[in-house]
Design a protein around this ligand. Structure first.
Ligand SMILES: [Zn+2]
Length: 251
């Protein structure tokens, strides 16, 4: 399984928790030598424009530093999607996150919608007709939903649950009901962990979710699956959570 990562993701590009020092280090360290790391190219402006308005792109460009790391993050999602399309599961260990970035606005530590750009790029190349996006971050990905408004071929699913068992079961039930899709894309936020903001899921639950992603993608779309990092802010557990999720999801 490929892990898409760039050294510039270590940079503290703002003062928000997604950009905090030590966050990427914690994950890289937890993944050890188990996964092959691949460096992404930056996304081209025409890729950004598949989702975002010229005004939005121009507004992000006002900060060089955020723009530069932002296009690498979007490029990382695109590369993960490309690997998935070619039959190799992949994880974009990227930041800034993206699911609160809408076509013309953004908030919540997000600038460009990495996931939406990656899926739209596959659709533009006519590689993908239908996509299912699972977003298990604590927060609803309003930006992703807005990016696919009026595009019924892309389904955005944000599970909820009163406890961990219900939450994981809800994902399974949704996959059982899901119609055809050509790729299963995952916005993987780890801020619902028992020791993070959401206080719900254990590290083992992330392995279960990863395994569901693998099983259902194999049933529906020849195993074509990828994930990108969204939230997750407790550095002492984030690395393990990512590792367990990838262990469930990998071949
Ligand atoms: Zn979140």
């Amino acid at each position: 399984m490929k892990v898409i990562f760039h050294d510039r993701f270590y940079e503290v590009y703002t003062s928000d928790p997604a950009a905090a020092a030590g966050r990427m280090e914690a994950v890289v360290q937890a993944l050890g030598n188990e996964f092959e790391f691949v460096k992404p190219p930056p996304a081209a402006e025409e890729d950004l424009a598949l989702v975002h308005t010229p005004d939005h792109i121009a507004s992000i460009k006002r900060s060089n530093r955020i723009y530069e790391v932002g296009i690498l993050s979007a490029g990382g999602a695109c590369l993960a999607a490309e690997f998935a399309w070619m039959g190799q599961p992949a994880f974009g260990l990227i930041r800034p996150p993206g699911h609160h970035a809408s076509p013309d606005s953004c908030w919540g530590f997000c600038y460009f919608n990495n996931m939406a750009i990656a899926v739209k790029k596959l659709m533009k190349k006519n590689q993908v007709n239908q996509a299912l996006i699972l977003d298990f971050d604590l927060h609803f990905g309003d930006g992703t939903e807005n990016s696919f408004a009026g595009i019924p071929q892309v389904e955005y699913f944000h599970p909820e649950g009163a406890n961990a068992q219900e939450f994981v079961k809800g994902i399974q039930k949704h996959f059982d009901r899901a119609q055809n899709f050509d790729i299963l894309a995952v916005s993987a936020g780890f801020d619902r962990h028992v020791e993070d903001w959401g206080g719900l899921l254990t590290t083992e639950d992330y392995r279960r979710i990863g395994a569901l992603v693998k099983t259902y993608s194999q049933k529906a779309c020849q195993g074509r699956r990828f994930a990108v990092l969204e939230g997750g802010y407790n550095h002492s557990v984030l690395g393990q959570n990512v590792r367990f999720f990838l262990e469930g999801m990998k071949d």
